[in-house]
Design a binder for this molecule. Structure first.
Ligand code: NAD
Ligand code: UDP
Length: 314
């Protein structure tokens, strides 16, 4: 039976990955210090004899008994609201944590899988973003702690690959949403859906003309799975190329929730908030035969239903 370690396994994406790996017959160890994750996301797995949860900080020395075939390194706070409040933890988990996870993969002869991000492209000057673009990142800006530490994580991953021969897979994840995001996560989907469902003002930061392209979580996990099984090092973009302005997105959520909330404008929370973002997924399409299947409205309906239940509205 293949055995995987998932760091950040109690988080939004990590828990969905654990579900998928268990469904594929893996034994799974989820490791998480719960800084932004929650055991609610994995409570349904705790009785599964092929699943184990370890509460641990991956920046510390990692020891796992027995063989490991895959190390999926997803641990890292990911919401921009965490950038000013957890800057050192973010840099540590992406630098020291990636180092520990790579060391473990090397010791176990495992495949190392890095959850990188579209944030490595920064506030991009090239649109859409292909993997060849090197990015436009402000190292000393508020977002720098996340962007630069993910760039470091990619560089360290490639160093282990080139110098030690560790087989690696690097995925650059574009904005992904779905059930198990925290309502108070601070990212745009939980914010807007929570505000719309409660009838609170929907807070558009800046003029709302900035764009994002939103991928539903099941599509992303399918991309992870295909990349993990492939022999591609990457980096490879996984995301949904359907692009919307944030204002259009607020209007869509208001409409889908039948909300009476008003849309209000607030100052940008981070000055280098990317103005546009859309993945070029040519590589994922041609090399992995992957493309997203769940449309924005459909994925939002699932997500709205999840948050409505959390808020006790259904
Ligand atoms: P999340 O906050 O739900 O999950 C991250 C998990 O990592 C949390 O459970 C957290 O407690 C855990 N963690 C953080 N630091 C840790 C540490 N030192 N030791 C152990 N566990 C630690 O966020 P997510 O959206 O599920 O993101 C998962 C990964 O995907 C992150 O690496 C993130 O950078 C990346 N990513 C996500 C998106 C997205 O749109 N969701 C986009 C780009 C990249
Ligand atoms: N945003 C917004 N209102 C909110 C939360 C976010 O207008 O309540 C904007 C944010 O400024 C950014 C976009 O939505 O332009 C996506 O933000 P998110 O925090 O989800 O992630 P990012 O893509 O910036 O990492």
């Amino acid at each position: 039976m293949p055995r995987a370690l998932v760091t950040g396994g109690a988080g939004f994406l990590g828990s969905h990955l654990c579900d998928r790996l268990l469904a594929e017959g893996f034994e799974v160890i989820a490791m998480d210090n719960l800084i932004t994750g929650n055991t609610d996301n994995i409570v349904h797995l705790l009785d599964n004899p092929r699943f184990r949860f370890v509460r641990y900080d991956v920046t510390e020395y990692l020891y796992i008994d027995g063989p490991i075939d895959y190390v999926f390194h997803l641990a890292s706070p990911a919401s921009p609201v965490d950038f000013p409040t957890k800057p050192i933890q973010i840099m540590k988990v992406n630098a020291l944590g990636t180092h520990k996870a790579l060391g473990l993969a090397r010791a176990k002869n495992a495949v190392f899988f890095l959850a990188s991000t579209s944030e490595v492209y920064g506030d991009p000057l090239v649109h859409p973003q292909s993997e060849e673009y090197w990015g436009n990142v402000n190292p000393v800006g508020i977002r720098g702690v996340y962007d630069e530490s993910k760039r470091f994580a990619e560089a360290l991953t490639m160093a282990y690959h080139r110098y030690h021969g560790v087989p690696v897979r690097i995925v650059r994840i574009f904005n992904t949403y779905g059930p198990r995001m925290r309502l108070d996560d601070g990212r745009v989907v939980p914010n807007f859906v929570g505000q719309a469902l409660r009838g609170d003002p929907i807070t558009v930061y800046g003029d709302g003309k900035q764009t994002r392209s939103f991928c539903y979580c099941s599509d992303l996990i399918e991309g992870f799975w295909r990349l993990a099984l492939s022999d591609l090092t990457g980096p490879i973009n996984i995301g949904n190329p359907t692009e919307r302005t944030i204002l259009e997105f607020a209007q869509l959520i208001k409409q889908l929730t039948n909300s009476k909330s008003e849309i209000v404008f607030e100052p940008l929370k981070t000055p280098d908030d990317p103005k546009q973002r859309r993945p070029d997924i040519t590589k994922a399409r041609t090399l992995l035969g992957w493309e997203p299947k769940v449309g924005l409205e459909e994925g939002l309906q699932y997500t709205i239903a999840y948050f409505a239940k959390k808020l006790g509205l259904s």
